[in-house]
Ligand binder design. Structure first.
Ligand code: URP
Ligand code: ZN
Ligand code: ZN
Length: 472
């Protein structure tokens, strides 16, 4: 049976265009765009007058159901993707996390099993959590199964951190396979040193988290990661950029022709490190993530880096824990599970901080929330566009519908929100994913298992030489 949804009379915005009109979704794809489109009597009709109709959000950085620091992330693929849908996100790219020594192919199989309950489409990056022949030999098969991006860590000494030598070897492997390397850029040696020093000084609370990971740690590691990518001749994607120093390193790299791309998070654009001064442990610990929120001033630097194209993608690094989970580090901040939520808030926050505040055009908003991620991670134009034949993944934003974020009303599976009490000008009022109307004016109608796995081809646009580049 044919299913049709007509979105009537909205402003249709992509990262390159805007026009008023109707958009017809039929059987999961965008079937027509025009004026006063005819539909069958059985079609459902959404009145989008006064609203912005944009490609569904792509969150290229989530962690659902991830075992971490003695616990497991609070959102699984069903709850986390439902929360995403309630905020206009219709695709996530999650990180497969092999245990140390575990076959990455086995880890991918286990992530695919966990993700089978997702309500929206999903793909995977692979965390290179250890390095050796076994990992290197598995990489072609991983790429063959649609995992064409690999994340490396310069932080977490004694855990995920790899040596520069290992990273250079792995980057070479990525280059040969057309896979995009990603970097968590913090200098793990300095962090470990500062943690020891703070411990000797008796610092045990969440403030120590930020103190042990200063902005220069991120700046140095970003600079080094770019230099390694440059030496190998492979593009690089720097995840969760939080510090001015890191953005400057990316800008310098791009200026000398390195194909380096920066991702930032809404939280780094709108929250500063005063959160760690809160006398309530739950609030300070609720903001513990790596890298940490930065002192006032860095947020403006990141906005400037968005404006000049240094930072071209936003994700959320959704990795949420409950207050009870964060209390694992009540006596020692190094034991607080690292991570914050946000998969359901990204579009609403960026609309508010960006478009409503006059800092972003609607087109730039689309570039930052879906278009550039689709291009870099080889999902374009199936995702991140409003092209005929593209997946019917749509978010409808009503600029007049204010909301106030609260942990009590959010759909993320946690009792904490870094955005608690924020009143936003405008919000996502409808989400359609794969032609299914999942979020309808406050009504969340998700079906676990409806999401599809998105295998991604290697040699995405980031590998195209700059002269012919079509990507961001
Ligand atoms: O603190 C964070 N960011 N947790 C998630 C893991 C990561 O490094 O992205
Ligand atoms: Zn990271
Ligand atoms: Zn992450």
């Amino acid at each position: 049976m044919t299913s049709e949804i007509l979105i009537r009379g909205g402003l249709l915005v992509t990262d390159q265009s805007r026009r008023c009109g109707d958009l017809l979704c039929r059987d999961g794809v965008i079937a027509a765009i025009g004026q006063e489109l005819d539909v069958s009597p059985a079609a459902s009709v959404i009145d989008a007058s006064g609203c912005f109709v944009v490609p569904g959000g792509i969150d290229p950085h989530t962690h659902m159901e991830l075992p971490m620091m003695g616990t497991v992330v609070a959102d699984d693929f069903a709850s986390g993707t439902a929360a995403a849908a309630a905020g206009g996100t219709t695709t996530i790219l999650d990180f497969v996390g092999p245990d140390r020594g575990q076959s990455p192919l086995d880890a991918l199989a286990s992530w695919r099993a966990k993700a089978a309950k997702a309500v929206i489409d999903y793909g995977f990056h692979m965390t290179v959590s250890w390095w050796g022949d076994g990992f290197a030999e598995a990489m072609p098969a991983l790429v063959g199964q649609g995992v064409s991006s690999f994340k490396f860590f310069l932080a977490y000494k004694g855990g995920l951190m790899l040596s520069d030598e290992a990273i250079l070897q792995a980057f070479e492997r990525c280059r040969a396979l057309g896979a995009l390397p990603q970097m968590h850029a913090e200098n793990g040696e300095i962090v470990a040193y500062l943690q020891r020093r703070l411990k000797a000084q008796g610092v045990t609370g969440p403030k120590g988290h930020a103190a042990s990971r200063p902005p220069m740690c991120e700046g140095e590691a970003t600079e080094r990661a770019i230099a390694m990518a440059e030496a190998v001749g492979v593009p690089l994607y720097v995840v969760h950029v939080s510090a001015a120093e890191a953005a400057q390193a990316i800008k310098r790299g791009r200026q000398r022709g390195v194909r380096v791309f920066g991702e930032t998070l809404p939280g780094f654009l709108g929250i500063d490190d005063r959160v760690y001064d809160d006398p309530d442990f739950d609030i300070a610990a609720g903001h513990v993530m790596s890298p940490p929120y930065r002192p006032a001033g860095h947020q403006e630097a990141l906005w400037a880096a968005i404006a000049d194209g240094t930072l071209s993608v936003t994700g959320t690094d959704h990795c949420c824990f409950t207050r009870a989970q964060k209390r694992l580090g009540l006596d020692d901040y190094t034991r607080i599970p690292n991570g914050c939520g946000g998969v359901g808030d990204r579009l609403n926050i960026l609309w508010h901080l960006g478009v409503a505040a006059g800092c972003l055009s609607p087109e730039s908003f689309v570039a930052l929330t879906s278009g550039n991620a689709a291009r870099l991670f080889n999902l374009w134009p199936r995702k991140g566009s409003l092209a005929i034949g593209a997946d019917a993944d749509i978010a409808i934003i009503d600029p007049a519908r204010s909301i106030t974020i609260s942990a009590r009303t959010q759909h993320q599976n946690t009792d904490f929100s870094v955005w608690e009490g924020r009143r936003l000008a405008g919000s996502v009022v409808h989400t359609i994913a794969g032609g299914r109307h999942l979020w309808a004016d406050g009504d969340l109608r998700t079906a676990p298992g409806a999401g599809r796995y998105l295998p991604r081809q290697p040699f995405g646009p980031a590998f195209v030489t700059p002269a012919h580049a079509t990507g961001p």
